[in-house]
Design a protein around this ligand. Structure first.
Ligand code: ADP
Length: 276
C-alpha cells in the first residue's frame, strides 16, 4: 500500500511546484492488521473459558440443592480446569506481548548445558508420571553461544513441554546440543528437541508457528493455548536464526535450530542486541 502526500500552498498565487512524498505503508498496514487480528483472537479465546466458568458457577448457585455431591464435584473440577486454562492463556499472551514490546535484550555468552539442565529438572517428574524417558545429550565442553539465557530457557521449556504432551507412555524425548564445525572450528551450535510422539502432518506443519494454531481433534487441545510455538519462533528470530521441524505422523517430531558460537571481544564482553 502506498500513501501519497501532495503539498502545495494554495494561498500563494504564484505556485511554483508541488511537493510529493510517496510512502510505502504496506508493512505498517500489515502490522496493524495482524495486531487487530491478534486482539480479536485473544478476546475470543478468553471469552470461552470465562463463559464456561460463569455457567458452572451459575448452575451451582441456582440449582446447587438439586445436584448430587458427585455432580457438584464434577462442576467444580471443570471450573477449576477452565481457570487453569485461562491462567495459561493470560501468561502466554503476556509473554508474547513482552517479547514483542521489548526491543532491546542484552545478549551474552550462554552455556546451553545450564538451561537444558534446568528444563530437565522442571519436567523430570512429569515425564516419569507419564512413563516417558526424558534425556539430554549435550556434547562435552560445548562452546558457549551468543544469546539470552531466559529467552533460551523459555524455548526449551515450551518445546519439551509440547514433546511430553504429544508423546505416549513408553516414548522418549531427547534434548541434544552439539557443535557444527567450520574449518575445524565450532561456528554454530545445533540444538534438537525430538520426541517419539504422534507427529504433525505436512498440512499442519505449515501453520504450526501461527498464533493460536492447534491441530484439531487432539486429546490435549484443551490444555494448550496455541501460542507456545509462536513464542519459540519469536525468540529464535531474535537470535537471528530460524526454527525448523521434521515430523512424521505416528513416528515423532524433531524441532531444531542453530545458534552462533560466542566470540570473545576483549573490551566488551556484553553486547546489546537491538531488533528492528
Ligand atoms: P499449544 O499450547 O497448543 O501446545 P503450540 O503453539 O505450542 O500451542 O503448539 C501448536 C500445536 O502444534 C499444538 O496444539 C499441537 O497440535 C502441535 N504440536 C506442537 N508440538 C508438537 C509435538 N512435539 N508433537 C506433535 N504435535 C505438536
Amino acid at each position: 500500500r502506498i500513501l501519497l502526500n501532495a503539498v502545495s500552498d494554495p494561498v500563494k498565487e504564484n505556485v511554483k511546484g508541488v511537493a510529493v512524498t510517496i510512502q510505502d505503508i504496506t508493512r505498517e498496514a500489515e502490522l496493524n492488521e495482524a495486531k487487530s487480528q491478534f486482539i480479536s483472537n485473544v478476546s475470543h479465546e478468553l471469552r470461552t473459558p470465562l463463559f464456561n466458568i460463569k455457567s458452572f458457577i451459575e448452575t451451582l448457585y441456582e440449582y446447587g440443592e438439586e445436584l448430587s455431591d458427585s455432580e457438584k464435584h464434577e462442576f467444580l473440577e471443570t471450573a477449576n480446569r477452565e481457570t487453569d486454562r485461562l491462567t495459561r492463556l493470560v501468561n502466554d499472551v503476556l509473554d508474547l506481548s513482552r517479547l514483542e514490546s521489548c526491543k532491546i535484550y542484552t545478549f551474552e555468552a550462554v552455556d546451553l548445558a545450564q538451561p537444558i539442565e534446568q528444563t530437565l529438572r522442571t519436567y523430570q517428574l512429569n515425564a516419569k508420571d507419564k512413563g516417558i524417558e526424558l534425556l539430554q545429550e549435550v556434547q562435552p565442553h560445548l562452546a558457549a553461544v551468543y544469546g539470552h539465557y531466559d529467552l533460551l530457557l523459555q524455548v526449551f521449556v515450551n518445546l519439551v513441554g509440547n514433546a511430553l504432551k504429544f508423546t505416549e507412555a513408553g516414548g522418549k524425548v531427547v534434548i541434544r546440543a552439539y557443535a557444527l564445525e567450520q574449518e575445524r572450528m565450532p561456528s554454530q551450535v545445533r540444538v534438537e528437541i525430538s520426541d517419539t510422539g504422534i507427529g504433525i502432518d505436512a498440512v499442519d506443519q505449515a501453520a504450526i508457528f501461527d498464533r493460536f494454531f492447534r491441530v484439531e481433534n487432539r486429546v490435549h487441545t484443551l490444555e494448550g493455548t496455541g501460542l507456545g510455538l509462536s513464542i519459540v519462533k519469536n525468540i529464535i528470530d531474535r537470535h537471528r536464526s530460524q526454527i525448523h521441524l521434521e515430523s512424521e505422523v505416528g513416528v515423532g517430531t524433531t524441532f531444531w535450530f542453530d545458534l552462533p558460537v560466542f566470540e570473545e571481544r576483549p573490551a566488551n564482553a556484553l553486547h546489546t542486541h537491538t531488533l528492528d
